[in-house]
Design a protein around this ligand. Structure first.
Ligand SMILES: Nc1ncnc2c1ncn2[C@@H]1O[C@H](COP(=O)(O)OP(=O)(O)OP(=O)(O)O)[C@@H](O)[C@H]1O
Ligand SMILES: [Mg+2]
Length: 480
C-alpha cells in the first residue's frame, strides 16, 4: 500500500475518478465522481455497480476490460470507438454521450489505465472521466453552422449555375438571331445586286434593240446604193480602160495630122491637161475608191449582222472547236507577237449554228483580246465547256490585258463604240458579235478587272429553235 491515503488524494483531485480491483469491485469513487454522476461514494464502493452510473444495463467499462486483460478492439462495446492512450502504456480512451446523466445528458471523455503491483502485474484499473459536453456542443454547433454554410454555398452555386445556363442560352439565342440576320442581309445584298444587274441588262438590251432597228434601217438604205455604186464601178473601170486605149490611138495618130494648127491645139491641150499624169493617177484613184466602197460594204454587213436582218442562212450541225482552230490560224499574225494562246477545250457536243458567223464572233473576241494586251507579252485563254444537261455549250476568251473601265462596260456592245484611235477600230466588232450570238438565242457576258484582264463568255444552245413569232425574251449582254 502507498504511504499516503489514496482515497484522500483522489477526493482532493478535481477530475472524476474511480478505481476497481481485479474482481471488478470499486475501491475508490471520488468526490468529483459523486458530483458529476450523482452516485455517492457510500453507494458505490465495495460494489461492482459502476456501470449503473452510465448505462441502463450491465456491461463492461474500459477499466473492466483492462482488469480482465481483454483488448477493447475485441469487445462488442468498443471495437472502433476507443483509442489507445498516447501517454500511458496499456491505457485506453473513449468518448460518448450519456443521455441519463444530468438534466439533458452529458458528453464524457474516459481514460482508463492499469494499476500494477510491485511485480508489474495488473492489480486493478483507474478510470477518469472529463465532462466535454461544452466542447462537443460547440463542435456540434460549429458542424451545423458549417453544414448550413455548405448547404448555402451549394444552393448559391446551383442558383449561379442556373443563372449562368440561362445566360448562355440567351447568348446562344442571340448568336443564332445574329447569324440569321447576317444571312438575311447577305441574301438581301445579293438580291439587290441581282436586281441592279437585271435592270442594267434590261436597259442595255432595250438600248441595243432600238439601235439594232436604226442600224437595220441604215444598212438597208445604204445597201442598195452601195450595191449599184460597186457594180457600176466595175463597169466604169472597164470603160476607162477602153477610153485610155482610144486616147493612146489618138496620140499615136498625132504626127500624122496634116493641119499644123490642129496639131498644135492637140499638143497644147495634152500639155494643159497633163494627160500622161492622168493616165497614171486615175487608176490609183479608182482603186482607192473601190477599197473605200469595199469597206463600206463590210460595215453594212456588220450592221446587218448586228441587227440580225439577214435571215436566209443555213443552220448546220458543227463542231465549235474546228471553227475556233481555223479562226485562230487566220488571226495568228495579229496575236503571235503579243500573246501566247492557251486552249482549254472541254468535251462539248456539236451544235446547230451558223458556223461562219460564229467564227467571226471568235475572231472579234480574240483580236480585241490581242489589242488589249500592252507592251508586255500576255496570255489569251480560249476555253469551252458544256452544261450538265448537255443543252448548252459555252465559250470563253480570257486575256491578261488592260481591262475595261467600269464606265465603258455598258457601252462596248454599242455599234461604233471604240476606244481605239481613228482608223484602228470601227467599234462594230462586239456589236456584230452580240447580234450573231442573239441570232443563236445565246448570250454574251463580260467580266473585266482594270489592270488584270477581261473575260468574254458566250453561251449557246445546242439546238437551234426558230424564234417564235411575238416578243422573244431579250437576253442582253452585260457585265457577268
Ligand atoms: N478584251 C478587251 N479588253 C479591253 N477592252 C476591250 C476588249 N474587248 C473590247 N474592248 C473595248 O470595247 C471596245 C469595242 O470593241 P469592238 O470590238 O466593238 O470595237 P473595236 O475593237 O474598237 O473595233 P473593231 O472591232 O470594229 O475593229 C474596244 O474599243 C475596247 O475599248
Ligand atoms: Mg474589235
Amino acid at each position: 500500500m502507498p504511504a499516503f491515503d489514496l482515497s484522500a488524494f483522489l477526493d482532493g483531485h478535481p477530475v472524476a475518478t474511480f478505481v476497481i480491483d481485479t474482481t471488478h469491485t470499486i475501491t475508490h469513487w471520488n468526490k468529483a465522481c459523486e458530483h458529476l454522476l450523482g452516485w455517492s461514494t457510500a453507494e458505490m464502493v465495495g460494489t461492482q455497480n459502476h456501470w449503473q452510473a452510465f448505462y441502463p444495463k450491465q456491461r463492461a467499462l474500459l477499466a473492466d476490460l483492462i482488469v480482465s486483460g481483454v483488448d477493447p478492439a475485441a469487445s462488442e462495446y468498443y471495437r472502433e470507438k476507443h483509442k489507445r492512450s498516447a501517454l500511458i502504456p496499456g491505457a485506453y480512451e473513449d468518448e460518448d454521450f450519456f443521455p441519463n446523466i444530468g438534466a439533458s445528458g452529458h458528453w464524457l471523455h474516459f481514460t482508463a489505465a492499469p494499476l500494477r503491483d510491485a511485480g508489474g502485474r495488473v492489480a486493478g484499473a483507474i478510470q477518469t472521466l472529463r465532462d466535454v459536453t461544452e466542447r462537443r456542443v460547440a463542435e456540434n454547433a460549429l458542424r451545423k453552422a458549417h453544414d448550413n454554410l455548405e448547404h448555402l454555398v451549394e444552393k448559391r452555386t446551383a442558383q449561379l449555375a442556373e443563372a449562368n445556363q440561362r445566360l448562355e442560352d440567351d447568348i446562344r439565342q442571340r448568336e443564332l438571331a445574329d447569324a440569321e440576320l447576317r444571312r438575311r442581309n447577305i441574301e438581301l445584298t445579293a438580291l439587290n445586286e441581282q436586281l441592279g444587274m437585271t435592270q442594267q441588262q434590261l436597259l442595255q438590251s432595250e438600248k441595243l434593240a432600238s439601235i439594232g432597228q436604226l442600224a437595220a434601217g441604215v444598212a438597208h438604205e445604204i445597201n442598195n446604193p452601195i450595191g449599184y455604186i460597186f457594180s457600176n464601178f466595175g463597169t466604169l473601170q472597164s470603160y476607162l480602160g477602153s477610153l485610155f486605149d482610144a486616147l493612146q490611138a489618138y496620140r499615136d495618130a498625132e504626127p500624122h495630122v496634116a493641119d499644123a494648127a490642129v496639131a498644135e491645139r492637140l499638143r497644147a491641150m495634152r500639155e494643159e491637161l497633163d494627160l500622161d499624169f492622168l493616165r497614171e493617177d486615175i487608176p490609183s484613184l479608182m482603186n482607192e475608191s473601190k477599197e473605200g466602197i469595199v469597206r463600206v460594204r463590210h460595215i453594212v454587213q456588220d450592221l446587218k449582222d448586228f441587227s440580225r436582218v439577214d435571215a436566209n442562212q443555213e443552220w448546220v450541225w458543227a463542231n465549235l472547236h474546228q471553227g475556233i482552230d481555223s479562226t485562230l490560224n487566220i488571226v495568228s499574225n495579229e496575236v503571235k507577237y503579243k500573246a501566247d494562246v492557251v486552249k482549254q477545250y472541254g468535251d462539248i457536243p456539236d451544235i446547230q449554228c451558223l458556223p461562219l458567223q460564229l467564227n467571226q464572233v471568235v475572231m472579234n473576241l480574240v483580236v480585241n483580246a490581242a489589242h488589249a494586251i500592252g507592251a508586255e507579252r500576255g496570255t489569251i485563254t480560249v476555253r469551252t465547256g458544256a452544261d450538265d444537261a448537255g443543252e448548252q455549250v459555252w465559250l470563253e476568251v480570257r486575256d491578261t490585258g488592260g481591262g475595261i473601265a467600269p464606265d465603258n462596260l455598258s457601252r462596248i456592245f454599242d455599234p461604233f463604240f471604240t476606244t481605239k484611235p481613228i482608223g484602228k477600230g470601227t467599234g462594230l466588232g462586239l456589236s456584230m458579235a452580240y447580234g450573231i450570238v442573239r441570232k443563236h438565242n445565246g448570250s454574251i457576258t463580260v467580266h473585266s478587272t482594270v489592270g488584270a484582264g477581261t473575260t468574254f463568255r458566250v453561251l449557246l444552245p445546242v439546238r437551234h429553235e426558230e424564234a417564235q413569232p411575238g416578243p422573244a425574251p431579250e437576253q442582253g449582254p452585260g457585265p457577268a
